[in-house]
Design a protein around this ligand. Structure first.
Ligand code: 6PG
Length: 250
């Protein structure tokens, strides 16, 4: 069952990043303690996706994390070659991943055009990796935590308002003609993202205020994809005051 979202407002973007990084450390430690085996974390691109990782890397207590049990996935990836500075993976690596002892086999990067012939092939290979982790072809592991940035238009991952990619079934999809560059991408579908136990939306800035209002309102996936995902255990909107400006005051 999906959990209704709670909105936690932070004074500004830096405090949001710092608090979210500390919260991420605790959530990962909790997940490592709650069950045996791999802990699956879905990362996000965008400025907040890297800011939370940089903040985690600066948190006292970070040495307690057992990186050998953490498995890293991405909610979406820009279909660009490995190492391209515009890839979400590259930006997340620079923010933290290059500096931590996560085994290479646990980093499930979305293949780029350097190793695949098309975004479709990349999506298929990414789906195969998810299926292997889930122990079922076409399956998706229960993600311990899904991090999601939100665009000013209300997009999450590469699920854009009014875009045909919204209707994709299965666990992954190739996306073309993305309204935000680059045009070719690979994304987790709604069905896959909804497998998150915890789902956290990370949002800062006044240009996101309307997206936060719509994303936390009634589900309207076509207009506001962010309204269509919730965690099975927890749904948090971690926002700064600017991004919360259009929410009704309690
Ligand atoms: C992408 C990004 C994108 C991002 C949001 C929020 O693939 O283009 O992943 O979806 O997460 O636009 O970005 P900010 O956190 O920078 O506002």
């Amino acid at each position: 069952m999906s959990q209704p979202g709670r909105v936690l407002v932070h004074p500004d973007k830096q405090v949001l990043a710092d608090a979210a990084g500390a919260r991420l450390l605790v959530a990962l430690l909790d997940a490592l303690g709650e069950h045996a085996g791999p802990v699956h974390l879905v990362l996000t691109g965008g400025s907040m996706g890297s800011a939370i990782l940089a903040s985690l890397g600066a948190c006292p207590g970070r040495e307690a994390l057992d990186w050998s049990r953490l498995h890293l996935w991405w909610g979406d990836e820009r279909y660009l070659p490995t190492g391209d500075p515009e890839r979400n993976e590259t930006q997340n690596a620079a923010a933290l991943l290059d500096a931590v002892p996560v085994p290479a086999a646990n980093v499930h990067a979305v293949p780029g055009p350097d190793t695949t012939a098309s975004a479709e092939e990349s999506a298929q290979r990414y789906a195969a990796a998810l299926g292997e982790a889930a122990g079922a072809v076409g399956g998706v592991p229960d993600f311990d935590l899904v991090l999601l940035g939100v665009g000013p238009d209300g997009h999450i991952a590469s699920l854009f308002p009014g875009h045909p990619g919204l209707a994709a079934t299965g666990s992954t999809a190739a996306v073309h003609h993305s309204p935000k560059p680059p045009p070719d991408r690979v994304t987790l579908t709604f069905d896959a993202l909804r497998r998150g136990r915890r789902v956290w939306f990370l949002v800062a800035g006044s240009d996101k205020a309307d997206a936060v209002r719509r994303g936390t309102g009634p589900t309207d996936v076509d207009r506001t994809p962010a309204s269509g995902v919730a965690g099975t255990m927890e749904t948090l909107w971690l926002v700064d005051a600017d991004a919360a400006a259009d929410l009704a005051t309690p």
